[in-house]
Design a protein around this ligand. Structure first.
Ligand code: AKG
Ligand code: FE2
Length: 367
């Protein structure tokens, strides 16, 4: 099983950047401008999405809950400055430059690649989605969603979603992008560690459209069906296509996704094989344990039909034995995970402090 999950940022160095220089005699300092060790659960954090920040905006929203109480109602700029200083101090340099490099990589592609099907780049629900899906989303009730969704195995939801025309347009756009990559010899990053083929749609301009797809059409479903894992708070995504066949990847090993909720829709073309196999949901600790008979389920892809499942629902894809299979994948992530990262970040910072430094923080709780 390949662990394809994102890791929380490691913390290096000692001190939390807010520790006072040693003074004599050492007073008991009760500092006001320090992060709290426990989140203020009642605080509604601001959104930082519209700011050009060097860290993911949702990290700021999560970290805001740990701000000292007297800062909670400061201006957004003041809060950003405070939190950014801490992140800069503790996130390893490599992680920061990686994010910066990726932004530059994406910018380079977007400024040189000429899209073929421009209508894909803005969300047009009526031309993208089949009427039954549109109606269920517009009615916006649990019953309306349940009326179009089947659950052939616990936690595996399937429903008709994409219009054939949309699938054709997206396949044509991906082929155009790949032709450009070949012509220009641009070295692109593949969607994940397990694929040699396929393309990241977010990297060549489709990020905004896919964000709308997640916000308006996937979150309403995952809110009802996957409420316990952040289904209601999906707020970022990794959108890509995978390609299978004789001249592409053949199959995909058993794995879990780096997502809270995964949308997988077949776009075509003609193929045989390529079934998804599921083996039940596990936490990180038990990801390699055996399966119960009722967890074993195989699903045959049908173009336009979506499969929605938890990222931690163990699965893989069998060999595509003939033809060419292209699937759209949207790994949807929740702010809930960023909160987990913030928490672990603080725990780690706490761990690297000396006893004296801990005392100086004025926090009396320890891990
Ligand atoms: O090929 C498929 O349909 C599965 C793809 C998948 O599971 C993934 O990319 O995470
Ligand atoms: Fe997957």
């Amino acid at each position: 099983m390949s662990g394809d999950r994102r890791e929380s940022p490691p913390v290096t160095g000692g001190g939390n950047g807010v520790v006072e220089p040693e003074k004599k005699p050492a007073p008991v300092i009760v500092p006001s401008q320090r992060l709290r060790l426990h989140a203020n659960k009642d605080h509604m954090p601001e959104s930082y999405e519209d700011l050009q920040l060097d860290f993911c905006p949702s990290i700021f929203s999560s970290l805001e809950k740990y701000l000292p109480p007297n800062m909670l109602h400061d201006s957004r700029e003041e809060k950003v400055k405070f939190m950014r200083d801490i992140l800069l101090k503790y996130l390893p340099h490599g992680e920061r430059t990686r994010a910066q490099k990726h932004r530059e990589y994406r910018q380079k592609i977007i400024s040189h690649y000429k899209p073929l099907k421009r209508e894909l780049y803005t969300m047009h629900p009526v031309t993208f989605f089949v009427p039954s899906f549109m109606k269920a989303i517009n009615d916006n009730t649990e019953d309306s969603l349940r009326s179009i969704i089947s659950e052939p195995s616990p936690g595996v939801l399937t429903f008709e979603m994409l219009q054939p025309r949309f699938c054709e347009l997206l396949v044509a756009e991906v082929e155009n992008f790949e032709a450009w990559v070949n012509d220009t010899k641009f070295r692109i990053m593949r969607p994940n560690t397990m694929n040699k083929y396929g393309a990241v749609l977010d990297d060549f301009g489709l990020e905004t459209m896919l964000d709308k797809l997640m916000d308006g059409f996937i979150r309403p479903i995952s809110k009802v069906f996957f409420p316990d894992v952040g289904g209601a708070t999906l707020d970022s995504h990794h959108g890509f296509v995978v390609e299978y066949g004789k001249d592409w990847d053949v199959d995909l090993g058993f794995h879990v996704d780096d997502s809270e909720v995964t949308l997988n829709v077949c776009l075509g073309k003609q193929f045989s094989g390529g079934e998804l196999f599921f083996r039940g949901t596990r936490c990180d600790k038990h990801v390699n344990t055996g399966s119960q008979p009722e967890e074993i389920f195989d699903y045959s892809h049908i173009p336009g039909r979506a499969v929605l499942h938890l990222g931690r629902h163990r699965h893989g894809a069998r060999a595509t034995t003939s033809g060419h299979r292209i699937n759209l994948l949207l790994w949807c992530r929740s702010v809930q995970r960023d909160e987990e990262i913030s928490k672990r970040f603080l725990e780690l910072v706490w761990r690297v402090l000396t006893r004296k430094e801990r005392k100086a923080t004025g926090i009396h709780c320890c891990y």
